[in-house]
Design a protein around this ligand. Structure first.
Ligand code: NAP
Length: 283
């Protein structure tokens, strides 16, 4: 068994990105990312701070726009409209969740698809579905990069995805499908989860529940990717997979923390640099 070191892979990718940022800056086009956060969700604040820090380290111009909890949707849409038109901003991200009085779908759809560095806009989701990806959702995109780095063969393998959200499970399934995997997607209605997970050559778990996959649910020699991030009462961060039980059976496995998490932010930087490079080509 080997542990997939997401932190190390992410660092290598970030180092490579620095050179691209440098060349953009020399051409007078510093890549810029705007992050909108509404309200006081403590986890969201931490995510936004981490994204800002990663941008600064990479040389990417970063703007964090903070709205109070009681801000109206119109106010946020007005700001997105201004950012859509701002040539210094190449990527726009709205931190989720939004307060209950927001229609999150409407807000996300309002972002210019060419600046949608989270890859959630219907234009980008549709392009991915059709096998002509534009901007891709950061978490599954990061998982694909990890598999590539680790030389994991995908073609002809059985990939099982546990979790079918729009931001992780579904795009993950499509990406693996386009790489030639046979894909099974499980959700909360799947009657016998273990039956499916035990048949997985590549198992990706993205549910948000600790230990939903235990060691006995993992096929001998499988590659296990744990996307889950769960904060226990004692403050410890754990994934969705029982690492101690699954690791001895897996050929490769990601830890939590230090697995998928660092890759997600890296792909956000990658998407921002990519949009800036595309703008440069059209200038
Ligand atoms: P989500 O939107 O809540 O979706 C969870 C998915 O899990 C749903 O499709 C749900 O099924 C499915 N599910 C729930 N119970 C299940 C069960 N018993 N068996 C099989 N499937 C079940 O969550 P998400 O946004 O995709 O995030 C999932 C986890 O990944 C969370 O822990 C989140 O914090 C983490 N995450 C990590 C990163 C990272 O960078 N590491 C990024 C994003 C998310 P239904 O569709 O039937 O409801």
């Amino acid at each position: 068994m080997s542990i997939i070191d997401g932190k190390m892979i992410a660092q290598k990718m970030r180092d490579a990105l620095k050179a691209r940022v440098e060349s953009l800056r020399k051409a007078g086009m510093a890549p810029g990312l705007a992050v909108i956060i509404v309200g006081e969700n403590p986890a969201s604040k931490v995510y936004v701070r981490n994204k800002e820090k990663a941008c600064i380290e990479a040389g990417i111009h970063s703007e964090v726009i903070v709205f109070p909890e009681q801000a109206t949707q119109e106010e946020v849409l007005d700001r997105i409209h201004a950012l859509n038109l701002n040539p210094q901003i190449h990527g726009i991200l709205v931190q989720l969740p939004l307060p209950a009085h927001f229609d999150a779908r409407r807000v996300l759809d309002f972002i210019d698809a060419d600046k949608d560095v989270d890859g959630f806009h219907p234009v980008n989701a549709g392009a991915l579905f059709l096998g002509k990806p534009r901007l891709q959702p950061c978490t599954p995109y990061g998982v694909m990069k990890m598999l590539e780095y680790e030389n994991v063969a995908v073609r002809g393998k059985h990939a099982v995805i546990v979790g079918a959200s729009n931001i992780v499970g579904k795009p993950m399934a499509i990406m693996l499908l386009h790489k030639g995997a046979t894909v099974t997607i499980c959700n909360s209605k799947t009657p016998d989860l273990a039956y499916h997970t035990r048949n997985a050559d590549i198992l990706v778990v993205a549910v948000g529940r600790p230990n939903i996959v235990t060691g006995d649910m993992v096929k001998e020699g499988a590659v296990v990717i744990d996307v889950g991030m769960n904060r226990l009462e004692d403050g410890k961060l754990v994934g969705d997979v029982d690492f101690a039980g699954a690791a001895p059976r897996a050929a490769k496995i990601t830890p939590v923390p230090g697995g998928v998490g660092p890759m997600t932010i890296t792909m956000l930087l990658e998407n921002t640099v990519e949009t800036a490079e595309r703008c440069k080509e059209t200038v």
